[in-house]
Design a binder for this molecule. Structure first.
Ligand code: AKG
Length: 265
């Protein structure tokens, strides 16, 4: 696992680029547990929603506001290594805004249009873009299977107007076309268990997955305490989140996997 807490240089990099790579955020056992649990999790298949990508495909994802105490998902979201990293880059206490699994399947996985998460979180009563997402690779993510792309430094452009692209909410294409001429697009290729932390205003997208390899990802989204939304919306308002020791990812992950295996007998 990478050495956390972050150094000043990492925080400066996040502030300059709007994203930060966290290689090997989960160790091998944690990564295997997350992948095995997610792939065997029938609730994910059952609850998955789909959003047309405007390119003939559709993304598949499951979004959850609840934070169960007995699942590996809840243990990862609460883990000190992620929570305190977010707090360092955002400069305040954070709470769980929601988490999601992106089920980008082999051959048919849809594309994500260019957007900023704050492009739509803005409408939930969040006054500041002081929010972040930690995207953890469940499967290896490569250019071939539609890894995340981010525009370096785009979080400093402010919030861009968003409109409909397929069933998705995408950033104004005219503006994006000019932005990508001026700023670098980075393909975030990741090994399973590695992560990228990105700011609420960082422009990001991904291509369709035409490869033979799935590209699932687990994304933990956090809001800051000072940015408690002024109105109710589909994601929660501030409440203090219990932060857990990192060791609980493995402990709870093992129990979660055991329950799954027993239920499958
Ligand atoms: O999985 C991806 O490529 C991007 C997901 C994303 O941007 C989102 O969930 O908002």
């Amino acid at each position: 696992m990478r050495h956390l807490p972050l150094f000043e240089v990492d925080i400066a990099q996040f502030q300059r680029d709007g994203f930060l790579l966290l290689p090997d955020l989960l160790d091998e056992e944690e990564t295997n547990l997350l992948r095995e649990i997610a792939k065997a999790d029938q609730a994910l298949e059952r609850d998955a929603g789909s959003r047309a990508d405007g390119e003939g495909g559709a993304v598949k994802l499951v979004v959850r506001n609840e934070l169960p105490e007995d699942t590996i998902y809840g243990a990862i979201v609460r883990s000190a290594r992620i929570v305190h990293t977010c707090e360092q880059v955002l400069g305040d206490e954070v709470y769980h805004y929601h988490h999601k699994m992106i089920l980008k399947e082999a051959k048919v996985g849809g594309a994500w249009a260019w957007h900023q998460d704050y492009g739509y979180w803005y409408n939930n009563g969040c006054l500041w873009p002081d929010m972040a997402s930690c995207m953890i690779a469940v499967d290896r993510a490569t250019q071939e299977n539609g890894c995340l792309q981010v525009v370096r430094g785009s979080h400093r452009l402010g919030r861009i107007e968003h409109g409909k692209i397929g069933d998705q909410t995408g950033a104004d294409p005219e503006r994006v076309a000019e932005i990508v001429k001026r700023l670098e697009t980075v393909y975030v290729e990741m090994e399973p268990g590695s992560a990228v932390l990105f700011h609420g205003n960082t422009l990001h997208r991904s291509d369709q997955n035409k490869s033979d390899h799935p590209r699932w990802a687990f994304i933990c989204c956090y809001n800051t305490r000072h940015n408690d939304p002024y109105k109710d919306s589909k994601h929660p308002r501030y409440s203090r989140m219990d932060v857990w020791d990192d060791a609980r990812v493995k402990e709870i992950g093992r129990e979660h996997r055991q329950r799954q295996l027993e239920a499958a007998k």
